[in-house]
Design a protein around this ligand. Structure first.
Ligand code: SAM
Length: 215
């Protein structure tokens, strides 16, 4: 009876999100979304997920990185898209539902390590377990207000064994204007200069990229 009441109170969208059909729908919907975006002249206010996936895969390939560390698991779309190219994926998620959903989705896949909690804090637990340079996809945020980005970067930079060779991609660069919890671009440049020596900061397609000067 209790289960019936819970299901009754859920919207159709929430119910769909619980079913495997949702993952298939999201994967298929990515293609028309991408082509519609191109038709509209590639507006920066909505960069399709497929573009971000390609960016991650391209960086993993060109910097020869086989470990992905993601913050903000959400539906696990980036994990699924990059899994064929990676030996190991770590993903940290704060929201209970998203974490549990990802646990169901990737159950039994030994390459995927899911971590539940605030990525600003959890990065300190994950970093010592990483034994080689990584591709970091820093994408944990609550809209354009709350972000653990400063804590994440601080945690990573504090583990100096990780820094040489790693690559950092950070979504939603327009948010980096000093409002709410977001740092300014000046802060990001200063952080890169002082805490990540040998790196340069670039901004393209609304994604910040902190890249090693030499490969
Ligand atoms: C834009 S979605 C991530 C999308 C995903 N990275 C992808 O590429 O498919 C942002 C996610 O960050 C999560 N989040 C927000 N604040 C967080 C925090 N402090 N620590 C970890 N996850 C957080 C949200 O619950 C949400 O699932």
């Amino acid at each position: 009876m209790g289960g019936f009441v819970i299901v009754y109170r859920m919207s159709v969208r929430q119910l769909l999100r619980l079913s495997p059909v949702w993952d298939a729908y999201k994967s298929l919907a990515a293609y028309p979304d991408y082509w519609y975006w191109r038709l509209r002249g590639r507006p920066l206010r909505h960069v399709p997920h497929i573009v971000k996936r390609r960016l991650l895969v391209d960086h993993a390939r060109s910097y020869k990185l086989k470990v992905l560390v993601e913050t903000g698991t959400n539906l696990g779309q980036m994990i699924a898209a990059t899994l064929p190219y990676m030996d190991e994926i770590w993903s940290i998620e704060l929201a209970d539902w998203s974490y549990q959903n990802a646990c169901r989705r990737f159950a039994g896949d030994g390459k995927v390590h899911l971590v539940h909690g605030d990525s600003g804090a959890k990065m300190h637990e994950v970093a010592p377990k990483l034994s080689q340079p990584c591709l970091f996809w820093l994408d944990a945020h609550d809209g354009d207000r709350l972000t653990p980005i400063r804590e994440e970067l601080d945690a990573i930079a504090s583990h100096s064994h990780l820094v040489p060779g790693s690559v950092f991609l950070i979504d939603d660069s327009p948010c980096f204007d000093g409002r709410n919890q977001y740092p300014t671009m000046e802060w990001m440049h200063e952080f890169t200069r002082t805490r990540l020596p040998g790196y340069r900061l670039e901004n393209a397609t609304n994604i910040l990229r902190i890249l090693p000067e030499s490969r």
